[in-house]
Write a protein that binds this ligand. Sequence first.
Ligand SMILES: O=C(O)CCC(=O)C(=O)O
Length: 266
Amino acid sequence: MDLPLSKPGVMTEMDQFMFECFGFIVIEDVLTEAECDEALEASKRLHASQGDKNWLQIGKGFEHEPAIASLIDHPALLPKVRALYGDNFVLQSAWCTAQRAGSQSVGWHQDGSGAYDFKKLAYPVPLVQLRATYHLTDQTQPFMGNMILIPGSHRSPLDLPASMRKEIYACPIQQILLAKRGSVLLFHNGVWHSPMPNNMTWDRYNMHFIYSPPWVRRSDRDSTDSEFLEHTTPLRRALMGDYERPDVPFGGGFPKIPFENGNGDH
Ligand SMILES: O=C(O)CCC(=O)C(=O)O
């Protein structure tokens, strides 16, 4: 099956259409080799001394790793996030995931809250967690720890049958994402997905950034590191969503996010 391929930058009408149909798009050539290397080295530092669990995610790495912080508002992705959300959203979490060499942790799921299934909010399940996944290692062949996804499943009111959720081949319409290093998968929380086994001799790293409406609670941190907030750019600071008053995301007085080209339609 062909991929819903897009280009860095503006979210075109075709991107919008593909995102609505599949629940995801893939943006190629976002990071250069050198940028990938930097983010990969940073990811390895985050995971060093964390043991060698088959699969592990580490949150808020951007607080201490500039190569990861630089991806928060990457110009290849930010216009697409704004096209889907408008101008008020926050970085709900940033997870660096490693699938160790020669390991697997297949587990099909939708993103969201275990405490309150987003499907209970409305049909079709609303966009509440928009995930941008940077592929920091090559995933152009199957069994490289690729993401596997079921296109269009964000529109399904029914769950993937529980008996299939540990299966690599869970559904005839699933797609194995053959992703180039430096490409980004942008997907809707409702899309059923899983990591594929990694049969390679090296660890697989993905860096995920999850963007949400401002009232969604952050999940990789209670609040953002004050040093980071002090030294980062005004735009990244605003995207952290650390408000002085906790009711701000629900009411008036929401501070405008200082996008380079202002607020409103672009
Ligand atoms: O990067 C991965 O291994 C997949 C992560 C994932 O599916 C998730 O965290 O929801």
